[in-house]
Design a protein around this ligand. Structure first.
Ligand code: S3P
Length: 174
């Protein structure tokens, strides 16, 4: 079994993935971190220097190599935009059980407000970040919903430990 975490920016995909890996002993990979490592630069640098399209190509290439490798006991944290390409959605399904971490827009804003500089798609809209989050969610939530095997509501989770515990219960790993 593998677990693929999807969801909007700030929903805890990376943090919950790290806690899950610690608790299960499974391997944890993070698409953003793998892309940064391979490119030798940060996500904001990739967006600024190479553009979003180049970043999306790198996401697809990474997922394709992972699907090919057929790993087991893997936890994959994705970027918020990763599942939006149909090709990526199909690759994620091949990789594992897809879990959508669902968080309400106000809670997302509370979690990303201090780290807008790390998120080029939100940093560009600082005048009305909550409005930007809401309009992104209106576009993206139907796609997360269509892909997910499991929807985990985590707006009320105080931290990633709680989110991971809730997911382990749902997956009967606890
Ligand atoms: C993106 C989300 C980011 C990162 C990139 C694009 C998106 O990841 O992949 O900035 O399109 O939502 P996080 O969801 O981990 O912030």
């Amino acid at each position: 079994m593998n677990i693929v975490l999807v969801g909007f920016m700030g929903t805890g995909k990376s943090a919950v993935g790290r806690v899950l890996a610690r608790r299960t002993g499974w391997r944890h990979l993070d698409t953003d971190a793998e892309i940064e490592r391979a490119a030798g630069k940060t996500i904001p640098q990739i967006f600024a220097e190479d553009g979003e399209a180049a970043f999306r190509e790198q996401e697809t290439a990474f997922l394709a190599s992972l699907a090919e490798a057929q790993s087991a006991e893997l936890i994959l944290s994705t970027g918020g935009g990763t599942p939006l390409r149909a090709e990526n959605a199909a690759l994620l399904k091949r990789i594992g059980t897809v879990v959508w971490l669902r968080v309400a827009p106000e809670a997302i804003w509370g979690r990303v407000a201090h780290s807008l500089h790390e998120r080029p798609l939100l940093a560009a809209h600082q005048a009305d970040p909550l409005g930007r989050i809401e309009s992104f969610l209106a576009q993206r939530e139907p796609q997360y919903a269509a892909l997910a095997d499991i929807v985990l509501e985590t707006s009320d989770c105080a931290n990633s430990e709680e989110g991971a515990a809730r997911l382990m219960e749902r997956l009967k790993l606890a």
